[in-house]
Design a protein around this ligand. Structure first.
Ligand SMILES: [Zn+2]
Length: 252
């Protein structure tokens, strides 16, 4: 168990208990404890592979079979929400969160029971045809992939079925970004969890909220460039810290 000064936990709980239009902003640090590999930092996938090659839209367009072959052999299906995801569900139930805005693509917030989740970087549970823009569930694409790799679009026969996950070289989904910006401008508190706040434009969301008067509460393993702007900063594991904070909010 990470030792955290009780004062910081109490300050975070007090801040969140006042939230009426609060949002959570989450990143890879929330999913790591569910066994989802992170991409940046020590031991991250990006230290082993060059992201601009393996996760770039141009690479995918050149050879979608490479992605789908890898997926056939490596796709994990067993990740489960952890106590950090569940604490955010509880905070929403208590009336202090309107939504979770996430950089994660694993769907674990929805699986945990969060009511409104804005996915800034798309979803690994949905696939889009790059030719006709038809969308289909990932499970269906996986079944098709097992029969014929790579799968082709059931609507138009196109050869480029891609997870809606945003790759390098792609823009963020416009609707999600607009939703997140509107909620950021209206937010009184932003609870930032497990994000290094270094990836833009996503990190612009809490910055925009701060500029519009929101108070920031940061729970992250390492320092972030936003720590000086935040009302409360707690360095530690999300799955250990958040349940303690939300437990205190519930008791207030
Ligand atoms: Zn199509």
């Amino acid at each position: 168990m990470t030792t955290v000064a009780g004062a910081a936990l109490a300050e975070a709980a007090a801040l969140l208990s006042r939230a009426r239009s609060g949002i959570a902003f989450t990143g890879a640090g929330v999913s790591v404890e569910s066994g989802i590999p992170h991409f940046r930092g020590e031991g991250g996938l990006w230290t082993k592979f060059d992201p601009y090659k393996v996760a770039h839209i141009d690479t995918f367009r050149r050879d979608p079979a490479q992605y789908w072959t890898y997926s056939l052999n490596h796709r994990r299906m067993d990740a489960e929400p952890n106590p950090a995801h569940r604490a955010l569900v509880e905070l929403e139930r208590l009336g202090h969160l309107r939504a979770v805005v996430t950089q994660n693509t694993d769907g674990l917030h929805q699986q945990a029971g969060s009511g409104r989740v804005v996915e800034l970087h798309g979803s690994s549970h949905e696939v889009v045809c790059l030719d006709c823009e038809a969308r289909l569930p990932r499970d269906q694409a996986d079944r098709m992939n097992r029969e014929h790799c790579p799968p082709s679009c059931p609507a138009c026969g196109g050869r480029f079925l891609k997870p809606t996950v945003v790759l390098f070289g792609e823009a963020l989904p416009v609707a999600a970004l607009r939703d997140a910006q509107a909620m950021a401008m209206a937010a009184d508190v932003v609870l930032i969890v497990g994000s290094s706040l270094q990836v833009y434009p996503a990190a612009g969301i809490p910055r925009m909220a701060r500029e519009h008067g929101a108070e920031l509460c940061i729970v992250n393993a390492e320092p972030t460039p936003f720590d000086d702007l935040a009302a409360v900063v707690i360095h530690g594991k999300a799955g250990e810290i958040l349940p303690q904070v939300v437990g205190q909010v519930a008791a207030l």
